[in-house]
Design a protein around this ligand. Structure first.
Ligand SMILES: [Zn+2]
Length: 264
C-alpha cells in the first residue's frame, strides 16, 4: 500500500562521539528546544526551514512525486538521498528519520555509520515499522512462517547496527556482508556490502538494506539452525521494498558489479 500523504520527518541526533560515530540516532518528533525552527502543521507534519523564509516538507515515505528527487518542495528521503534532492535542507543531520502520522518514531541505534548509511538504515526501519501489518502479512505469506514481535522490535527500537570499515568479518569466511548472533541485538554490516551499494540510487540501496537487515535481524531473533528462514525473509523483504519503492530496473538482490546488493 502506497502512502500518498506526505508525512513528516523530524530528526533528533544525539551527540556525536566522534566524527564517524552516530550514537543513539533517533528518528522521531523533534523534542522541545532541540530545533526551535520546527513548525508542526497539517496532521503531524513537520516542516523544517531550508532557504530563508521557505519551508520544505520532509517525507520518509515515497510521496510518488514525479520526478521524485527533483525540486518539488518535498525532501523525499524514502527514495532520494538528502544530497540528491534539492528540497532537502543542507544541514539535515545524520540519522534523520521519520515523524509520520502512524509511527511516532524508530530509535534503533546506528554506530560508526556515515550520514548516508544512517539515513538509509533509519528510513528503511521507519518505513517497515510504519507499514508493519502489511509488511508482516507479505513476508509471512511469502515464507510460510511467523515473523513474531522480535524482528519488529529490532527495526523499531532495540537494534544496534554497527557499520564496520573492514570489508568482512573474518569469521572463518562464514560471513561477508553482515553478521549477528542469536538473541543479540547487535548487527554488524561490513564494507563489502557498503561497496556493493556505493554507487546505487537511494531506492536501490534501501532495498538492499531492507533485505540485509531482515536477514540479520532474523538471525538475531531466531535460535540456531534457522538459516533458511533468514534467507527466505531476506528475499521477501527485498521484493516487498521493490514493489513499494521501485528503483532502477535491473537492480537485483544478488547482482554484483553494480547490478545489485551482492546478497546470496
Ligand atoms: Zn545468514
Amino acid at each position: 500500500m502506497f502512502h500518498i500523504t506526505v508525512f513528516a520527518l523530524g530528526a533528533i541526533i544525539a551527540s556525536n562521539a566522534s566524527a564517524h560515530q552516530v550514537i543513539n540516532a533517533e528518528a522521531g518528533r523533534v523534542g522541545p528546544g532541540s530545533t526551535p525552527a520546527v513548525n508542526y502543521r497539517m496532521h503531524k507534519a513537520i516542516e523544517l526551514p531550508n532557504k530563508p523564509g521557505h519551508l520544505n516538507r520532509l517525507a520518509a515515505v515515497d510521496t510518488q512525486d514525479k520526478p521524485r528527487c527533483a525540486a518539488d518542495g518535498v525532501c523525499n528521503l524514502a527514495v532520494c538521498s538528502a544530497t540528491q534532492d534539492p528540497d532537502c535542507p543542507n544541514d539535515l543531520p545524520p540519522g534523520a528519520g521519520a515523524e509520520p502520522a502512524t509511527t511516532a518514531a524508530v530509535s534503533l541505534e546506528t554506530v560508526d555509520c556515515t550520514s548516508t548509511q544512517s539515513v538509509d538504515i533509519l528510513a528503511v526501519a521507519w518505513n517497515l515499522v510504519d507499514d508493519w501489518t502489511n509488511f508482516e502479512r507479505t513476508i509471512e505469506s511469502a515464507t510460510g512462517s511467523n515473523l513474531g514481535n522480535c524482528i519488529r522490535s529490532r527495526f523499531r527500537d532495540n537494534a544496534r547496527v554497527i557499520c564496520e570499515q573492514q570489508t568482512n568479518c573474518n569469521n572463518k569466511g562464514r560471513c561477508v556482508l553482515g553478521r549477528s548472533s542469536p538473541l543479540n541485538k547487535t548487527t554488524r554490516i561490513f564494507g563489502t556490502f557498503f561497496n556493493n551499494i556505493a554507487n546505487a540510487a537511494a531506492p536501490d540501496r534501501r532495498a538492499c538494506y531492507a533485505a540485509l537487515l531482515m536477514h540479520e535481524f532474523s538471525h538475531s531473533c531466531d535460535r540456531v539452525f534457522e538459516q533458511p528462514r533468514a534467507e527466505a525473509r531476506e528475499t521477501a523483504a527485498f521484493t516487498y521494498w521493490r514493489t513499494r519503492f521501485p528503483g532502477t530496473s535491473g537492480w537485483t538482490r544478488t547482482g554484483t558489479n553494480g547490478t545489485g546488493c551482492g546478497l546470496d
